[in-house]
Design a binder for this molecule. Structure first.
Ligand code: ARG
Length: 459
């Protein structure tokens, strides 16, 4: 026939432009393994329910395994005329086993087939993201353990605020990534229902067993509504939502690494393995991996927006618009995994410069709050007055071009006569962080407790 797929109804083949806009084989071939797993489960179910003979089902299974090995070894000839992965696999199966191949599509449509394949693919990515997040969290916990009591400046507005510990800063990202991990697991639990058997949209009159195919493919249950089963792409959107938030977190850490590895900060030294040089400036060691990680949110959030807009306003059930789901998710998944792996490598390899962190920690009057708290605690001053007195001392130090601990007791007493020499104890950055023992605070003892807790959780 002049039309490879629906010659019964069609006298003419597609225009070249029709084929170009319609074909998805260029990208959906990435779901070949999922497509064949789905077909194997469907074939076994067709035999067990007596819809096809055992010998037909055995031929289908044999043939599908051959197709899979041809795809895996690169000998499979993909055809754009056959539109997508589903038709390509089925056409090759026909060449291999003949007539029984034509019975495989009984009680099934490409609509439930693609929805099943894509769910399986996204589920694999969620599992990969789960493992990658844990690996990165472990790397951060190791950094935190090594530097639980290393002091560094904590910032608000990227201005020195109060001293914190390196370990505390690392563990902040562990909390963020753990919420991403929670989103991965929530999404997986919610998406793990099987569309197969919804057929084109209405279900089928064949006595299929949807529980059997669902179980065979590792789903918790079949989707309960056939219209929803073939037209839901929430699972892909949830993946992209999770990926967007995770990529946003990675971009914040990446930005910190870019700043921290600069000559002006020197908080961290990145390994050669995760840095690049310059073709003209011999001294350069650039944090390109961090910059690229910082940028990934652009395409990942772009994919999230793109697919949300593709789905918006689509009437039930399947529309071809939905074929536009895969490239967005594939690209977002590839880049999220790359960003997670690169960040893990960078964090594992980097070394924090303890001396530079400590020198920076005391600059910028970072213990001014400790001074104000001391005035409240020891002199029983109202906090507002203590704030004012401390502000005057900061202004004095700024005028003299020194830091708070460099003021003399006489300088201090010229602002408030009751200040005694013990005040100098709280002006040191180590005492400052050690005093912040409230739950979740930056004191090394608190950080060590969190490190231990996470080591137990992460194993
Ligand atoms: N290639 C299609 C997709 O990705 C498969 C489903 C086609 N279904 C259809 N009714 N044309 O969505």
């Amino acid at each position: 026939s002049s039309n490879a797929m629906w010659g019964g109804r069609f006298a003419d083949g597609p225009d070249a432009i029709m084929e170009a806009i319609n074909a998805s084989i260029g990208f959906d071939r990435r779901m070949a393994a999922q497509d064949i797993a789905g077909s194997k489960a469907h074939a076994a179910m067709l035999a067990s329910t007596g819809i096809v003979s055992d010998s037909d089902a055995a031929a289908m299974k044999e043939g599908l395994l051959t197709v899979l090995s041809e795809i895996e070894d690169g000998s499979f000839a993909f055809s754009a005329a056959l539109e997508d992965i589903h038709m390509n696999v089925e056409a090759r199966l026909k060449e291999l086993i003949g007539a029984p191949a034509g019975r495989l599509h009984t009680g099934r449509s490409r609509n439930d087939q693609v929805a099943t394949d894509f769910r399986l693919w996204v589920r694999d990515q969620l599992d990969a993201a789960d493992a990658a997040l844990i690996a990165l969290m472990r790397a951060l916990v190791s950094q935190a353990e090594a530097g639980a009591d290393w002091v560094m400046p904590g910032f608000t507005h990227l201005q020195t605020a109060q001293p914190v510990t390196w370990g505390h800063h690392m563990m902040a990202y562990v909390e963020m990534l753990n919420r991403d991990l929670g989103r991965v697991r929530d999404a997986r639990a919610r998406m793990n229902e099987c569309p197969l058997g919804a057929a084109a949209l209405a279900g089928t009159s064949f006595p299929i067993d949807r529980d059997m195919t669902a179980a065979e493919l590792g789903f918790d249950r079949p989707c309960a509504n056939s219209l929803d089963a073939v037209s839901d792409r929430d699972f892909a959107l949830e993946f992209l939502g999770m990926a967007s938030i995770c990529a946003m977190h990675l971009s914040r850490l990446a930005e910190e690494l870019v700043i921290w590895s600069s000559a002006q900060f020197r908080f961290v030294t990145l390994s050669d393995r995760f840095s690049t040089g310059s073709s003209i400036m011999p001294q350069k060691k650039n944090p390109d991996a961090a910059e690229l990680i910082r940028s990934k949110i652009g395409r990942i959030f772009g994919a999230n927006v793109a697919l949300t807009l593709v789905m918006k306003g689509l009437p039930l059930a399947y529309s071809k618009d939905m074929q536009e789901d895969k490239e967005q998710v594939f690209d977002a998944a590839d880049n999220l995994m790359l960003a997670l792996a690169a960040m893990e490598g960078m964090v594992r390899d980097m070394s924090a410069n303890r001396a530079a962190l400590e020198a920076a920690a005391s600059a910028g009057f970072s213990t001014a709050t400790d001074l104000a708290d001391w005035l409240v605690r020891v002199l029983d001053m109202p906090f507002r007055e203590a704030h004012h007195v401390t502000g005057a001392l900061v202004a004095m130090a700024e005028g003299k071009g020194c830091d708070l601990p460099d003021l003399s007791l006489g300088d201090m007493q010229s602002v408030h006569g009751d200040i005694s020499a013990e005040v100098f104890d709280v002006l040191g950055v180590h005492n400052s962080v050690a005093s912040r023992t409230s739950y979740g605070g930056t004191a090394p003892e608190q950080v060590r407790r969190q490190v231990q807790r996470w080591q137990e959780i992460l194993g």
